[in-house]
Design a protein. Structure first.
Length: 459
């Protein structure tokens, strides 16, 4: 809010070259608010502002920019400004930027790094995509077992300014292997002469550098941590992952799942940043698949054309039957996909889920079937709409809704398990796909029930 209010004022000060006033304003703002403020300025003015900021503050502000804004700003900046920002950025944020850029651009930017930062950047980029290694930061506080509390606190005061977090201190042995992680409060509350070995308990949780990012989300949630250490195959501490990075991953994963549930391929970039052509490419495949799937519905209706001609009243209830099955299937698949994504449900729970959904689907079907039966009965007595066989038509609707809702619930809940078992993303069991599947089978259930109940009367 304040950024929008001061935007014009900042622009005026830049035009007037009143740099002293600008520095005074910027000194009072936190980096996240500064990023919002500067992001509203033209890119030429952004370059001017970044030159005024202290080097460490400029890097902090830059990290809060969105990827597209970072890329545009780097292109507009001079080489010296780019060098300052890249070398001052936290290692994890810099890796996130570099992995989004084309290889040629990455090569050019790597050449601007200092030897120490270049080694760090290459190591992090060398880990597989979507792994914890790409997500971690190498800026942490590590101490030895034989240090005293005073030595630890002195070390933190001397080296802690540029570290990712000071909430947790990591204890290493002579080979660099992780021995324990100790909360900073343990050092603050102990006498200065106490040794680190007297405080630690070797009860810690660590991520492996090759773990997937989405697995890290579950571990953070399970142990309720703000930071977790990352170790290599030999147990050596190589970095840490903090909760802010995990929240970014969680947002990306959730966005992709929601987009897939809607029946499209994940965009992999902000909606407004995606071109119209890319939007079409992402959405067209599923629409085409669903279109061809719906053609099966036409085939099923053609198969029962004779029954529809003899009992036209059946056609009036088709939208009711189809939508009920699709809605129940969409409900079930959405619930199960979400449960799988947050670790509440695993493949081993498939039988439990099937039993629960069978009972749920049956109960829901009876509820809707009863409403459908009563609706037909009311319309008959009020308007004499369905003739002498109204009760048979009502029974067809009653039993058809039970069958369709039960089938929709079971198929919607089991399809994510099948996809996961095949190594696919359960989110691809999108609600539209389940609805299309239930449309076709719902027609078969409906007309089969009609042939059984109405045989010898309307059929």
């Amino acid at each position: 809010m304040f950024g929008k209010l001061l935007g014009p004022e900042i622009g005026t000060l830049i035009q007037e070259r009143n740099f002293s006033a600008l520095k005074e304003i910027f000194s009072e703002w936190p980096p996240v608010d500064l990023a919002e403020l500067i992001g509203d300025l033209p890119v030429e003015e952004q370059v001017v502002v970044f030159r005024l900021l202290p080097q460490n503050l400029a890097a902090d502000v830059f990290e809060y920019f969105k990827y597209d804004d970072q890329r545009c700003l780097l292109q507009a900046m001079g080489k010296e400004d780019v060098v300052k920002i890249l070398n001052e950025m936290s290692s994890d944020d810099r890796t996130a930027l570099l992995e989004e850029l084309p290889p040629t651009a990455v090569t050019g930017l790597l050449q601007l790094l200092s030897p120490e930062e270049l080694k760090i950047a290459k190591n992090l980029l060398g880990y597989p995509e979507k792994s914890v290694g790409r997500l971690m930061s190498v800026d942490y506080i590590a101490v030895r077992d034989d240090w005293t509390v005073k030595q630890v606190l002195d070390y933190i005061r001397e080296n802690g300014a540029d570290r990712e977090t000071l909430n947790v201190v990591y204890v290493l042995d002579e080979q660099g292997k992780l021995v324990d992680d100790v909360r900073i409060r343990e050092f603050l509350l102990r006498p200065l002469e106490v040794k680190v070995r007297e405080i630690r308990n070797e009860n810690f949780v660590a991520l492996k550098v090759t773990d997937l990012e989405r697995d890290a989300i579950q571990i953070f949630k399970k142990y309720d941590r703000t930071a977790l250490p990352v170790v290599d195959s030999e147990g050596r501490l190589v970095g840490i992952v903090t909760i802010d990075d995990v929240l970014d991953v969680l947002e990306q994963e959730t966005t992709e799942d929601i987009q897939k549930l809607g029946g499209s391929v994940a965009l992999d970039e902000p909606y407004l940043a995606a071109s119209t052509a890319k939007m079409v490419r992402k959405r067209a495949p599923w629409l085409v698949i669903l279109f061809f799937s719906e053609l099966l519905t036409t085939t099923a209706m053609a198969f029962f054309q004779a029954e529809i001609e003899r009992a036209v009243v059946l056609a009036t209830f088709l939208p009711l039957i189809i939508s009920s099955g699709g809605n129940s299937g969409s409900q079930a698949t959405t619930l199960i996909i979400r449960a799988i994504s947050i670790g509440e449900v695993t493949l081993g729970h498939w039988w439990t889920v099937m039993r629960r959904e069978f009972v749920s689907g049956l109960a829901l079907g009876v509820i809707l079937g009863t409403i459908g039966f009563l609706r037909i009965a009311f319309w008959h007595f009020a308007f004499h709409a369905y003739g002498p066989h109204w009760h048979l038509i009502a029974l067809v609707i009653f039993f058809s809704l039970i069958g369709v809702v039960l089938w929709g619930t079971l198929s919607g809940s089991m399809l994510p398990f099948i996809l996961r078992r095949c190594g696919l993303d359960p989110a691809t069991a999108s609600a539209p796909f389940v609805a299309t599947l239930v449309d076709v089978t719902g027609l078969v259930i409906y007309f089969t029930m009609a042939m059984l109940v109405l045989k010898g009367t309307l059929l």
